[in-house]
Design a protein around this ligand. Structure first.
Ligand SMILES: Cc1cc2nc3c(=O)[nH]c(=O)nc-3n(C[C@H](O)[C@H](O)[C@H](O)COP(=O)(O)O)c2cc1C
Length: 221
């Protein structure tokens, strides 16, 4: 009996090892393209085009646009200080952007301007509980790491986190307005299941989701 149990435990162990090996191999880091900071449209025009899209085409977005999008969202715009495109309380830079694609989930590393793999699983139905948003090729999940906000501001952590995610999402809205992409910021995220599969720590909080993709119909502007 003991020998049988030991064999079962060993097989589970081997399966887990093989599983994690194939996980590591299946998703690679993605080096993003440096941002094109000379492109764009006048700010007033972008603001005039800002809108939420609620019908997406499944068409994928080229790497160059994804790169610009993430840089605009919360990239580093001053190399010497490492400061970002969004102001954060005490420069705490608590927000991590998880990028949910059909093939899996990555996290944006601003310093390296790279996407690092987190999970090789299609979790779009958790990142977006509304069907129209599951079609979008990109779903961004804004996760605040409360550990990065000083504990003396404990009571303010939720408002700081919301404020930072809000500013990031507006950058995404403006970038999308410039590129003719559709976007919508969403509360409709299955936070409980998503935090589980992403294995978030207790002090990592899912603030909001934002879908990005080509609109099913071109905006009439
Ligand atoms: C905090 C917040 C939460 C939102 N949550 C959702 C959501 O869960 N699902 C959705 O379809 N739209 C959501 N929206 C988008 C709003 O429906 C949209 O912004 C609103 O209808 C105004 O449209 P506009 O952005 O085009 O001006 C949310 C917007 C905000 C600011």
């Amino acid at each position: 009996m003991k020998a049988v149990s030991a064999t079962i435990i060993l097989s589970i162990f081997i399966t887990c090892c093989i599983g994690s090996l194939s996980w590591a191999e299946s998703l690679q880091s993605i080096q993003l393209v440096p941002p094109d900071t000379n492109s764009g449209i006048p700010l007033m025009k972008a603001l005039n085009h800002r809108m939420s899209t609620k019908a997406f085409a499944a068409k994928t977005i080229p790497l160059e646009k994804l790169s610009n999008l993430l840089w605009a969202a919360f990239g580093i715009n001053r190399k010497d200080s490492g400061n970002r495109t969004v102001a954060t309380a005490m420069n705490c830079q608590d927000t991590d952007i998880y990028v949910v694609l059909k093939k899996g989930v990555y996290v944006y590393k601003a310093k390296e301007h790279t996407l690092v793999p987190v999970l090789d699983q299609d979790v779009r139905s958790l990142a977006a509980t509304q069907e129209y948003a599951q079609v979008a090729p990109i779903n961004l999940i804004y996760v605040s790491d409360y550990a990065k906000i000083a504990d003396r501001f404990q009571a303010k952590k939720p408002s700081y986190a919301a404020f930072h995610a809000g500013a990031i999402s507006q950058n995404v809205y403006l970038y999308c307005a410039f590129e003719g992409l559709g976007t919508v910021v969403r509360d409709s995220v299955d936070r409980t299941k998503l935090r589980d599969v992403l294995k978030l720590r207790k002090d990592q909080v899912i603030v909001m989701g934002q879908s990005v993709g080509y609109p099913q119909q071109a905006p009439t502007q």
